[in-house]
Design a protein around this ligand. Structure first.
Ligand SMILES: Nc1ncnc2c1ncn2[C@@H]1O[C@H](COP(=O)(O)OP(=O)(O)OP(=O)(O)O)[C@@H](O)[C@H]1O
Ligand SMILES: [Mg+2]
Length: 239
């Protein structure tokens, strides 16, 4: 199976070299776990190191805020957008009912997202896509059956275009996904966690599943620093 480097230091070696190319991976976690950062780091690495253009669909945050926050990691997204290596699709403003001057916008609707992605991929040959978050998209769907069908459709279209796709997912009360079906619809699930142990906030990551890949079953600490996320894949928790 062909794999693509994730761009997250320490992660590739615990998942057999990277994400399976053209597959859909769910990155789940509670608020502030680092899901959006993970997604953008994956795109940024793809563009700078792998020559793979990317698309970031932002439902949870204004693109302007995403650009600004990324500057803290030294990632100048605007520059990549100007070079047509990255497209940020604004799904936030239409959802919030406000207007923005963003060139690319989408409603919270899977069919429209797919249409837009296909058009953009046709233009930019993007090979990496991040949808932040699938929870926002799923909230617009009527029932569990529709969520399953729509996520499968999205994942199948991305796969047919050989795009490696990350869906971020809000996690609460120990459940990997809000609707309990998202994790079944993706080929892999990575859980980012954030909890207090002895009054200290600790970030950890584990691989819940990665179809067709022999991955480890150990919870690893990770950190978010000045250059993004890093997994401490040689450390583990003993308490
Ligand atoms: N420059 C930075 N250096 C170190 N840590 C940072 C930096 N910027 C943000 N963080 C940490 O990353 C966290 C946010 O990460 P991110 O936005 O990726 O999380 P998220 O899972 O997408 O959150 P949400 O569920 O709210 O969308 C912040 O809460 C903060 O702890
Ligand atoms: Mg986020």
């Amino acid at each position: 199976m062909e794999v693509v480097e994730t761009g997250i230091p320490g992660l590739d070696r615990i998942i057999g070299g990277g994400f399976p190319k053209g597959r859909t991976i769910l990155v789940a976690g509670p608020a502030g776990a680092g899901k959006s950062t993970f997604g953008i780091q994956f795109l940024y690495h793809g563009i700078l190191t792998e020559g793979e253009s990317g698309i970031f669909v932002s439902f949870d945050e204004l693109p302007a805020h995403v650009r600004e926050e990324c500057l803290n990691y030294g990632w100048n997204l605007k520059e990549l957008e100007d070079d047509n290596l990255l497209v940020i699709v604004d799904g936030f403003s239409p959802r919030a009912g406000v207007s923005s001057g963003e060139k690319y916008q989408t409603l919270v609707d899977v069919d429209e997202v797919i249409t837009q992605l296909v058009e953009i991929i046709d233009k930019t040959s993007a090979e990496r896509v991040v949808i932040d978050s699938i929870t926002a998209l799923a909230l617009s769907m009527a029932n569990e059956q529709q969520i399953r069908r729509q996520i499968l459709k999205l994942s199948a279209v991305m796969s047919s275009l050989e795009c490696t796709t990350i869906l971020t997912s809000e996690m609460s009360r120990g459940e990997v996904s809000r609707f309990g079906v998202e994790e079944f619809m993706s080929q892999g699930v990575i859980v980012l966690n954030y909890e207090f142990r002895n009054s200290v906030g600790i970030r950890s990551l584990n691989i819940r599943k990665m179809r067709g890949i022999k991955h480890e079953m150990i919870e690893r600490p990770f950190s978010i620093g000045s250059s993004g996320i890093e997994v401490h894949s040689d450390e583990q928790f003993y308490y």
